[in-house]
Each structure stands twice: as C-alpha cells, then as structure tokens.
Write a protein that binds this ligand. Sequence first.
Ligand SMILES: [Zn+2]
Length: 213
Amino acid sequence: MTRLRVADAVRLSIVGCTAVVLATWASHSAPFQIATAADPVSGAAPMPADPTPPGSTPSPTQPSGDPSAEVNPALAGRVADEDLPKTNAEWRKRLSPEQFEVARKKGTERAFTGKYWDTTTPGTYRCICCGEPLFKSNEKFQSGCGWPSFSSPIDGVKGETVAEHEDVSHFMRRTEVTCRRCGAHLGHVFNDGPPPTGLRYCINSASIVLDKK
Ligand SMILES: [Zn+2]
C-alpha cells in the first residue's frame, strides 16, 4: 500500500490534476468517503429548504372575471351579520351576474339550466347570499319542472328560515319565497307537491349553494 501511495504522490506531481488524484486516493481508501455537495449515498443534490416555488399557493376562486369582484364568503359557510352587504352595489361584488339577477333582483333562471335542478347529492342547501341553511337534500324531489324542488324548508313549512310573499307579477298569482335572514329571492312555492306537505318549493339554483355531506 505504501508503495502505491508514493506512486500516487509522484503521479500527482506529474499530472497535476486534482480530479485524478482524488479518484485514485478514493480507490485506495475504501473506509472513507469524499464529502461533496451531493448526497453521498444517492448522489442526489440536496433538497432546498422550501421546495414550494413562489406563487404556487392556490388562491380562492373569484366569482367572475371582474377585477373588483370579491370572494363570496357564503360559499364557505354562514356569513356573520356584520359581514352582510347593505347595498346592491356590495351584493353585486360578491355574486356572479346571474346570482345577483336572481337573488337580489327577483329574476328566474331558465328551466333545466341551473346547477342543481337534477342533483341528488346528499347535503344541505344554503343561501347563496348569507350562507343560511335553507333546504336539505332528503326533502328534494324530482318534480320534472327544471328547477330544484323541495317538499319543505329545512325547519318545516311553518319554520323561520324561509319567508313567503304574495307575488302577482307576470299576470299570475303566486307565492314568492325568500331567505328571511337576508331577503334573497329564492323562488316560489306551489301546492302541487308530494305528501306529506303537498308543497313544491321551486327554487333557483342560482340562489343556493350545496354543502355536500
Ligand atoms: Zn340569505
């Protein structure tokens, strides 16, 4: 071994190449390893302290392409009283144009076009404006009318969550239903529903959001 090392030293002086010397030295020094920046076992480069590239954090989805639009907090849950908008201008920032037109301006989405008209997913439907729970999936039924239909509000026909108003617009006499808490227009209630209530709460998808179970 000594003779080999001497030979190596000579070789160093002749060749003058550090890489060759290190490789030769390593081949004769099996118990030792050359420390490098790379992982000594796998050869992989060390991991950076934070592997997440900047700007990759997911951001909440905006309701529209309007840069002044806000994220609607009702999508996440019941909105606190002090956080509820007071004006239509404020509502417009939180809602999509269709949601605003239906829920705040008493519009009606076209039949068979809404998000929930044929949904059977279990869960609770909340107000798109204030997040209040309004209807449950186990009282939703297929009415064939093209809108989500419920036989009862979440707290019963005589409950407190949904308010009723006489509506004589469009040359019809109907009963409008609104969210009692925030006044959002939901739809209408008709007396052609299934037992036990005999009622059909015909609700716009644009006025509600489903919390899946
Ligand atoms: Zn509401």
